[in-house]
Design a protein around this ligand. Structure first.
Ligand SMILES: Nc1nc2c(c(=O)[nH]1)N[C@H]1C(S)=C(S)[C@@H](COP(=O)(O)OP(=O)(O)OC[C@H]3O[C@@H](n4cnc5c(=O)[nH]c(N)nc54)[C@H](O)[C@@H]3O)O[C@H]1N2
Ligand SMILES: Nc1nc2c(c(=O)[nH]1)N[C@H]1C(S)=C(S)[C@@H](COP(=O)(O)OP(=O)(O)OC[C@H]3O[C@@H](n4cnc5c(=O)[nH]c(N)nc54)[C@H](O)[C@@H]3O)O[C@H]1N2
Ligand SMILES: [Mo]
Length: 666
């Protein structure tokens, strides 16, 4: 409904810049079935080992925890890679307290062990990955059969075939109608006898080898990967990751002895090298072949694509202006320009978000964005940090005050959320608010259907009706599953959504997660690599003044800032706190329970110190999303950098250094 309204009035929409780096790193290797997909958690028990990289499932994905507990009971080993001894890490068979922002180095080193001990899965590499593809040294692109004088073939495939089987994803699709014309120009590989042939025609392609094409050296993608990996012996990576070399070797052996699942959270995602951590991780699956069958997979979260919903409700028109990433907004507001053109943004409508509390660099946000607006409107049902700066506050109805359907992707389920009471006082549902706007802004018929009619338009599609799911049935049954028969496993039969249909750990044409014309180093992006993040490492430019890495955790008793004003929950969790290692506290004469000031060049805040060995020395952790009026001074987001990686276009919540000192009121 927001799209219907905003597109009609030619508004520019803001693209959130979170949870993006992981997505880029994984999807550029396997293609996309949607963001953040992984084997259904009920499949975890089929894994011999479950690796959890940077996720705190007991606190942040509570609905998944019992699946892990049950998997452990049935023999699955749990390995948790996290700088903090979280609740989840405490339950693990093995906790690996990694130095922050070094996950890519660990994964590269695990691959070093696999390759040097010849543990890699060669049949899988040859058949289902780009490993044997020849890469041209001059262009960085795959050598194609057309380079060798073989005419591309043109094939016709039916549209149904395309959607049914992702293997027919090979080649570029053109045209409309019931069939699609595909031009297939195969990447060249070296056949066992050394002759170049099309990848899918080779009997036994070589993983290693060099080919001279008119004076241009071409090497296999596998050789290029191995050359990269060779810098990361367990001894070398041990220094970067602060993990014993023996542990790295042990982890590599566990990762080879499958089936195993690697579940990535948002830990490594929150640094400017996060894309490569995810890219390195999924490349391990290319080496082991452990993906796409029960107990085997690599991915983020546990989302499943929610197929069959219709987004084109009555009144929907195309957007006139492209979306803008939240991370580009400060610059656009400072200069009034976007891509060299005048782009004067005068007003901002905020709903279902609390950016002053949750986005990075609050002082910049307030100065450059809020400070350059003529008009800020916020629709919310609580008095948030963002509401404080609004010119007009619209009291939105709570979800208890309206009916809705929640498509819970994690559980493959539509849940009917019934209206409990009528909206109190002047509050209105978001849709009713938009209806009033539309009327006053000259579009009285824009949102003319009833709430029920819109719901029916969204849900009553042929695809869902086949499963017996209709709006009427969802209302009656209260919850309905769209995948009732078996746990979902992405990439079954090793059919990937890349141009070649294989895992392309060598990325031929790197692209950015959100394109606003920004420049990036294409050469760096072809393969997974380790490099320093921006700030959160010893020796970074900020290191002279600030020596503690600032991490956050999900608040146990809130969802972000939601429920922060709930008095019962505040009895359990009354005020902002920060955990630090007793060694770091001792050096700063900080005692348990002291109020401390956490600060850097960007801002500061005051919180209660909790001394805790669970945090690595050099790291600190705070539960996120307290609101400004709950601090004695400042707020967490003031401390966070707005620097971002142009490829991931993601907020860097953990890529920050701070110092901490005892705070005396006044
Ligand atoms: N209770 C509650 N649950 C929530 C939310 C909430 O607000 N409250 N928010 C929800 C949302 S929107 C999201 S996106 C998810 C995110 O949930 P998670 O995926 O769990 O993400 P984070 O809490 O950001 O961080 C996960 C872990 O990464 C670790 N970490 C930090 N740096 C690194 C690193 O360099 N390497 C590794 N390996 N680990 C690192 C942190 O110590 C932390 O334990 O949680 C959701 N669940
Ligand atoms: N330091 C740090 N900061 C982070 C992160 C981190 O790891 N560390 N993680 C980031 C991540 S992953 C996320 S997802 C963001 C979350 O950031 P936000 O999306 O800003 O999270 P919330 O605080 O949940 O804000 C939701 C707001 O919408 C309101 N609301 C709820 N339902 C409705 C509705 O139906 N209509 C309207 N109009 N309003 C409604 C709520 O009252 C609340 O004020 O935080 C990010 N910020
Ligand atoms: Mo999130």
């Amino acid at each position: 409904m927001f799209n219907v309204f905003f597109n009609k009035i030619n508004a520019t929409q803001i693209k959130i810049a979170r949870d993006q780096a992981n997505t880029r790193g994984v999807n550029r290797v396997v293609g996309s079935l949607g963001d953040w997909v992984l084997n259904d958690p009920s499949d975890f028990k089929n894994a011999k080992t479950l690796f959890v990289w940077g996720a705190n499932i007991t606190d942040a994905q509570m609905h998944d925890w019992h699946f892990i507990a049950e998997a452990q009971e049935s023999g699955t080993k749990l390995v948790v890679i996290d700088p903090v001894l979280t609740q989840l890490a405490a339950k693990a068979d093995k906790w690996v307290p990694i130095q922050p922002a070094t996950d890519a180095a660990l994964a590269l080193s695990m691959m070093y062990v696999m390759v040097s001990e010849e543990l890699e899965n060669r049949p899988f590499l040859k058949e289902h990955t780009c490993a044997p593809f020849l890469v041209r040294e001059d262009t960085g692109k795959f050598l194609r059969m057309s380079d060798l004088g073989v005419e591309p073939t043109v094939i016709e495939v039916s549209r149904e075939q395309v959607s049914a089987a992702s293997s027919s994803n090979k080649g570029a699709a053109v045209g409309q109608g019931s069939t699609i014309t595909k031009i297939v120009d195969q990447p060249a590989v070296l056949e066992f006898d050394g002759k170049p042939v099309g990848a899918d025609d080779a009997k036994d392609p070589r993983l290693s080898g060099t080919y001279n094409f008119n004076g241009v050296t071409c090497r296999t993608a596998y050789d290029l990967l191995v050359a990269d990996i060779m810098d990361y012996s367990p001894e070398a990576a041990s220094k970067i990751c602060d993990i014993p070399a023996d542990t790295i070797i042990e982890l590599a052996h566990m990762a080879v002895d499958g089936p195993c699942i690697h579940r990535l959270g948002w830990g490594s995602n929150s640094y400017t090298n996060g894309v490569h951590a995810a890219h390195a991780n999924i490349t391990m699956a290319a080496l082991t072949g452990q993906i796409g069958y029960p107990g085997a997979g690599t991915g983020i979260g546990d989302f499943k694509p929610c197929w069959g919903i219709n987004a084109l409700v009555k009144g929907m028109t195309a957007a006139k202006y492209p979306m803008i990433s939240a991370l580009f907004l400060p610059e656009i507001m400072r200069t009034g320009k976007y891509k060299g053109q005048d782009y004067p943004i005068k007003s901002l409508y905020v709903y279902s978000g609390n950016p002053v509390c949750n986005q990075v660099n609050t002082n910049e946000y307030l100065r450059d964005i809020v400070g350059n607006l003529d008009f800020l409107v916020v629709a919310d049902y609580t008095f948030t940090d963002t509401v404080k700066y609004a010119d007009i506050v619209l009291p939105a109805a709570h979800w208890f005050e309206q009916q809705d359907v929640i498509a819970i992707s994690a559980t493959q389920c539509f849940i009917y959320s019934e209206k409990a009471i009528d909206p109190l006082y002047e509050s209105k549902s978001d849709l009713d608010i938009l209806r009033l706007f539309a009327e006053k802004m000259g579009h009285p018929d824009l949102l003319s259907l009833s709430d029920d009619q819109y719901m029916a338009q969204v849900i009553n599609t042929p695809a869902l009706e086949k499963l017996g799911i209709t709006w009427e049935n969802v209302k009656k049954n209260e919850d309905m599953y769209w995948y009732p028969s078996k746990p979902w496993i992405p990439w079954e039969n090793a059919e990937f959504k890349t141009p070649s249909g294989r895992m392309e750990f060598y990325v031929e044409n790197p692209t950015v997660q959100f394109d606003m014309g920004q420049e990036f180093d294409v050469e760096r992006e072809h393969l997974p690599r380790y490099f320093n993040p921006t700030e959160a490492y010893q020796g970074s430019p900020a290191w002279d003044k600030y020596k503690l890495i600032l991490l956050s955790e999900r608040p146990r008793f809130r969802v972000h800032s939601m429920w922060s004003d709930n008095q019962y929950l505040r009895e359990l969790d009354p005020e902002p706190t920060i955990k630090m290692n007793p060694v770091d506290a001792g050096e700063r004469n900080i005692a348990d329970g002291d109020y401390v000031e956490v600060y850097n060049d960007r801002g500061h805040c005051v919180a209660k110190a909790i001394l805790n060995d669970a945090v690595r020395p050099g790291c600190t952790v705070y539960p996120k999303s307290w609101q400004q009026n709950q601090f004695k001074a400042g707020s967490w987001s003031e401390l966070l950098t707005s620097v971002y990686d142009p490829v991931g276009v993601n907020e860097s919540y953990f890529d920050n250094l701070v110092e901490i000192r005892v705070w005396n009121e006044g």
